[in-house]
Design a protein around this ligand. Structure first.
Ligand code: IPD
Ligand code: CA
Ligand code: CA
Length: 255
């Protein structure tokens, strides 16, 4: 696992350098067919990941948001070159690079890099989670009241009654336009939960392993396990198992 982590970390720093360079220059974007924005940096970084993984592990697949290189393999590198493009192109420094090694559907390695704050989040299965090499842990909350929960994929919900129930339960709702960034805040104990209701695996694979290795609980929006190398049923992350039960009950009528 150490070898995989080293390769992924090197790529993350290279990706971060591209993000910083483009961010400093002011970011032009185009709109994709799914109506979401994409920048040159997203495409350059996705290409970089395909190249670097191709050199290091030529028989592995790469499933990136902006491009893929699929092989007959149990090993898939799932990548979001920039998570938080909407913020990135507006000059708002809330965006991260994300890469996970998923083996037979299960994330084994997760690396997330926030170049704006120079924060590198890493985890490997059974090996704990770290920020810049220091172990990280989720918060100890069990109750929803006064907790901080992030969600911003509103179109992924069946209905929006979740928001009313959350406010009535005295939950503080946050919205960052980078779901992986928000999951990292759960992993470091800064917020208690994230509800990501959409289907893209690159918005979830690294977050799942990093949050779990930091002591948190994750599942799809129905509380189930799932594969992370194909479309997913969302990702819910919580600081603790008890908190997760409460959060799943809160979202159940909306998912
Ligand atoms: C988006 C962000 C956002 C989430 C969207 C994603 P992108 O990713 O993670 O938080 O709500 O569903 O598409 O486009 O910035 O990679
Ligand atoms: Ca994303
Ligand atoms: Ca992206």
């Amino acid at each position: 696992m150490q070898d995989y982590l080293e390769v992924a970390t090197k790529i993350a720093y290279e990706a971060g350098a591209i993000m910083k360079e483009v961010f400093a220059q002011g970011v032009a974007h185009t709109i994709k067919s799914d109506h979401s924005p994409v920048t040159d940096a997203d495409k350059r970084i996705n290409e970089l990941v395909i190249q670097r993984i191709g050199q290091a592990y030529p028989t592995d697949s790469v499933l990136g948001e902006e491009g893929r290189e699929m092989q007959e393999s149990s090993h898939t590198w799932v990548c979001d070159p920039i998570d938080g493009t909407a913020a990135f192109m507006r000059g708002i420094p809330v965006s991260v690079f994300s890469l996970a090694l998923v083996v037979d559907g299960e994330p084994q390695i997760g690396v997330v890099y926030d170049p704006h704050l120079d924060r590198l989040y890493t985890a490997s299965k059974g090996g704990g989670a770290f920020m810049n090499g220091t172990p990280i842990l989720t918060a100890e909350n069990t109750e929803l009241a006064h907790s901080y929960i992030e969600t911003d994929g509103h179109s992924g919900f069946k209905n929006l009654s979740f928001f009313e129930r959350a406010l009535a339960a005295d939950v503080r709702l946050l919205s960052f336009s980078s779901t992986i960034y928000a999951h990292m805040l759960v992993a470091t104990g800064q917020i208690q939960g994230v509800v990501f209701p959409r289907t893209s695996p690159w918005d979830a694979a690294s977050a799942k392993i990093i949050v779990e290795e930091a002591g948190g609980t994750t599942s799809d929006v129905h509380g189930k396990n799932q594969r992370y190398d194909r479309d997913i049923s969302g990702l819910v992350s919580s600081c603790s198992e008890a908190f997760h039960k409460n959060l799943l009950a809160l979202i159940a009528p909306s998912v």
